[in-house]
Design a protein around this ligand. Sequence first.
Ligand code: ATP
Length: 323
Amino acid sequence: MKKIAVLTSGGDAPGMNACVRAVVRTANHFNIGVIGVRRGYQGMIENDLFPMTPSDVSNIIQRGGTVLKTARSKDFMSVEGREKAMQNLRNAGVEGLVVIGGDGSFKGALTLHKEFGLPVVGTPGTIDNDLFGTEATIGYDTAINTVVQAVDKIRDTANSHNRLFFVEVMGRDAGFIALRSGIACGAEAVLVPETETYTEALMDKLQRGWNREKSSAIIIVAEGDDSGGAEVLAKMVKERFPHFDTRVSILGHMQRGGSPSAYDRVLASELGAGAVKALLEGKTNVMIGRMHGQVVEVPFEKAVKHHRDINKNLLELVYWLSE
Ligand code: ATP
């Protein structure tokens, strides 16, 4: 293998740049050329390719977002689109591909391999932490820290006014961000998509807090929670307890941005290097993850299908520690 390509795809995540840097510099160490693909699969179809040298990735390890840009590509869902993409890779002499992205991006890579035989390896770049086979995805740690910083600030104002805040965080299908940040912020309750939300139990809890003259309360709600989200819940609570001073804060896209944490930079560096090594060893259709401190290879089929279960012990901990 003399030349590989690298792209970032799906939602951006802090640490993607550190991963791109690791891919380019590890490949250089092994005398392999790297082609950067801008805007994910869409850029691959539109031939937005360029050679990358080690100096092209200097001064990006600390930057959020992705210097390669990212996109969601409808065209890549069709075989015609993928044929075009593959032809562009062939013309550029690409013999292997590193995809930094989430489960959709890995499905795309797998399809490309099945149709054209191109060796493909992935690294988990998503703030959601919803991939099986790795203890963390690139961007997850930074996103949690961003949420914690925001909620700490909300807590200051909530306390000053004796307010109840519903804070909505990212997580359409997974409650990992909500759960970890909820514990770190001392939230009164955490609502996640993986479990049924009992609004009556929540009302009881809020009533108990009121009786104890608690000065503030923070409820963290993952956006995919079955209650319908922070706005719906806040309305419901206001109807039941008109005397509560209730507010909603939806954190939104700020959770994706910012300089990656040290943890994410190290993880991204290890996984990016692991991806290049895997391609050189003839591996394909695997995600490079980290488990128990070791870099591991996880078949794409497992990584995307076996969504990790939420940690029930941590959910219980929220309950214990907030009474
Ligand atoms: P995130 O977790 O941040 O959403 P993701 O990688 O899951 O990231 P998606 O939008 O699901 O994001 O996927 C990225 C791109 O991968 C899609 O826009 C599409 O081009 C391609 N893709 C997804 N699923 C498939 C598939 N089954 N076949 C071919 N291509 C796919």
